[in-house]
Design a binder for this molecule. Sequence first.
Ligand SMILES: [Zn+2]
Length: 293
Amino acid sequence: MVDLHGRLDDVVCLGCGERRSRAALQDEITDANPAWRAVAAPAPDGDADIDAAAVEAFVPPRCGRCGGLLKPDVVFFGENVPVERYEAAKAALADADALLVAGSSLMVYSGFRFVRQAHEAGLPIAIVNRGRTRGDDLASLKVEGDESRVMVKEYQLDPVTHQLLHADFYQLAMDKAITVTVPIVLKGEPKGVKLQGGLLDFVTRDIQVQCLPTDIPEHIDVDVTELMLNQSIRLREIAENPKWKPVTDVDTMIVHVVMPKAEESAASAEAAAAPAEPEVAKKGKPEEKDDKK
Ligand SMILES: [Zn+2]
């Protein structure tokens, strides 16, 4: 997601360019202007009527780093979208299968041109915005509503035209944990493969976890370097993370190193001769879990 025209919930310093959250700054503004707590009465249109004397006495916040002027991190009318951001959006679109516009009327060309480009490239376009947008005629899906965190539950593309036929969304409460499926990514080459000729069997490639919508891991890394022949990693061994907790059964086998099939029968013949050995090996657990804390 590219915030093409910036974010009202961020503040940027005009001096040094440092960004910070508007919510954090709010406390400083309130502390520096204690009298303002009382004067601001919200008007029906959402503005606040404040008397001139209070405005005169207002102490504006300054950048904590350089003392510079602060401004909401949004592109005001008359300003241009920063070049890097424009390039980032352009690159993302060149790589995209679809375009989602969230919370924009697209009335300025800097936003609308991406819709046009997507349309020319034959990409499906979805728009979530309250009220009319300049891109409505080009959109295959228009959702009338406020922009909010949603996740696509399912969608259907026309197999021929690739037009978006149908999409279901979940609306997310940002403070409520949700259950998501997250892919597992293996890191390293197991010793059991490199030194013992075993085969890496990646049994469970994604798991379900519960987490806040802001904490959804893109993937979960599992280091398999120390894994020897007949050793495995189960979910419980990688499940320690403050940001998410597993929904999938923690006894689920994620990955193990096995004997290649052809050699397995030879090995079990050997095992019959000396039955104790493989049993012990099977119980061995990888010893790298302590590094993860
Ligand atoms: Zn600054």
